[in-house]
Design a binder for this molecule. Structure first.
Ligand SMILES: [Zn+2]
Length: 165
């Protein structure tokens, strides 16, 4: 089923934004853990991963020493990995062409923190589809509209999250 809604606790939103701001001017990256129930994805945890890209201001590459234990040993985690997050230190939260070509495309959700505007940090949540980049088609350079869909994000107060009643 297609994911159309994402739910993020307010406290996690603060931690994510704080971490991304702290990493400026570098891109921050990490995983989101949580649950998928039908069309709704609920985030329960953010796991930052160090960015070891050669040009961390413009791209991210997750440190394998931290990444591998997370993706190969899910039993040690509270919930499965449901999303991949990275920041755009000086751009909006829209996916870049490079983002849409990621090998992580099949991840259930992609989260981009746009820090272009200091006053207003924005978090975009997307589902990526197959991306056909055709250099002969000028319009394709900025990413095809059909290559991703936006997921509606709801930030909820932590006490609204139903743990175990
Ligand atoms: Zn990006």
């Amino acid at each position: 089923m297609t994911i159309t809604n994402a739910v993020l606790p307010a406290s996690l939103r603060v931690s994510i934004l704080h971490y991304c701001m702290e990493k400026k001017p570098h891109e921050a990256c990490g995983f989101l853990l949580g649950r998928i129930d039908g069309a709704t994805l609920s985030v329960t945890r953010f796991l930052p991963v160090p960015n070891i890209a050669a040009r961390p201001e413009r791209q991210f590459s997750m440190d394998p020493a931290v990444l591998i234990p997370i993706v190969t040993n899910p039993s040690s985690l509270y919930d499965p990995v449901v999303g991949l997050l990275h920041s755009h230190p000086s751009a909006s939260s829209a996916p870049s062409v490079e983002d849409l070509q990621t090998a992580w495309r099949s991840m259930p959700s992609h989260w981009i923190v746009g820090l272009q505007d200091e006053e207003h940090c924005e978090i975009g949540v997307y589902c990526y589809h197959h991306f056909n980049h055709d250099p002969n088609r000028p319009g394709s350079i900025s990413g095809d509209a059909s290559s991703f869909t936006a997921i509606a994000l709801s930030v909820v107060e932590d006490h609204d999250i139903n743990c175990h009643p």
